[in-house]
Write a protein that binds this ligand. Structure first.
Ligand code: C2E
Ligand code: MG
Ligand code: MG
Ligand code: MG
Length: 285
């Protein structure tokens, strides 16, 4: 909207040029980050089983998710958004995934001998098109000396729907190495378990948009409750993301949800903190 008499006239051509320039600067920064060894790092967020203990007790750690962070030399600690945007623009997605796998499995190697807690890594749409990915993952597992069951890969529901045949092919190859496969952000897209169950998947992760505040949202509770039963009938486990409130955890427990991941039970944390946290029992209240 051009303002009348103001200076803030919107010029789409100029604006996109500016965005382009700054994107290129981000790509340069990402090249530098990949060349450095301390800029890209992972924070680990715990996943807890709730089905066996219920709430008010102590939950068992059953996994963790590796979440990408960028310790940018001038901008400070950034989330995955900036990395992924620059990676896509600069065709660096495969290099970023390679680094993430290396960091995640390097991390797992530190705790696996004591605690067999798998680490989940997020894959992007580009990764699913990469025919070498299964080889790369097998190499990384061998390099770090951890078994395939130490690694879960998370694929966003919508990505699977972009090219279902391709997804089936890649996931089948990843499954054949022995990895666990989770469908991320479930419930945000247009797919259904009726379709997804044709893919070799082990777990559905219900998106925060469905699960946050679920105890005050009867319709969401019905949807998630039915979806959990459907998942179980198909032999899949169900994890709820983004749980911040005890009341939501209570309800998910009653709905039969297997596991939770959220600020209530643990924030994403640097690897040192995570390895320490692994030894501590987590009270749910
Ligand atoms: P995601 O895979 O669904 O990861 C969960 C996101 O929710 C994370 O955000 C996490 O910090 C946040 N979260 C966890 N519990 C809570 C909670 O209780 N409340 C709230 N409000 N948020 C919570 P993050 O780390 O910013 O990551 C955002 C997304 O970026 C991820 O969503 C994932 O899709 C993507 N991502 C992260 N790391 C990687 C990576 O290494 N590779 C790729 N390709 N994508 C990644
Ligand atoms: Mg994820
Ligand atoms: Mg998610
Ligand atoms: Mg997400």
């Amino acid at each position: 909207q051009a303002s009348t008499g103001g200076t803030a006239v919107h010029d789409p051509a100029r604006c996109s040029q500016v965005q382009e320039d700054s994107l290129l600067a981000w790509v340069d920064d990402l090249h530098a980050a990949l060349a450095a060894d301390d800029q890209l790092l992972l924070h680990f967020q715990p996943q807890h089983r709730i089905a066996e203990t219920g709430t008010g007790g102590v939950a068992t750690v059953v996994g963790c998710e590796a979440l990408l962070r960028w310790e940018h030399p001038t901008r400070g600690l950034l989330g995955p958004g900036e990395v992924l945007r620059a990676a896509e623009h600069g065709h660096l997605a495969a290099a970023v995934t390679e680094r993430v796998l290396d960091l995640a499995l390097g991390g797992a190697a530190r705790w696996w001998r004591d605690r067999e807690v798998p680490v989940a890594v997020n894959l992007s749409a580009t990764d699913l098109d990469d025919e070498l990915l299964p080889h790369r993952i097998a190499d990384a597992l061998e390099r770090h000396g951890v078994p395939a069951r130490a690694l879960t890969v998370e694929v966003v529901e919508d990505t699977l729907m972009l090219d279902p045949d391709r997804a089936l092919q890649t996931l089948t190859a990843l499954r054949s190495i022995g990895l666990r496969i989770a469908v991320d952000d479930y419930g945000t897209g247009y797919s259904s378990l009726a379709y997804l169950h044709r893919l070799p998947i082990d777990e559905v992760k219900f998106d925060r948009s469905l699960t946050a505040g679920i105890s005050a949202d009867p319709a969401a509770a019905v949807i998630v409750g039915h979806s959990i039963r459907l998942a179980h009938d198909l032999g899949l486990s169900a994890l709820a993301e983004g749980i911040e409130q005890p009341a939501d955890l209570d309800l998910l427990f009653r709905l039969g949800c297997d596991a939770v991941q959220g600020w209530l039970t643990g924030r994403p944390m640097p690897v040192h903190g995570w390895v320490t946290a692994l030894d501590l029992a987590v009270p749910l209240r």
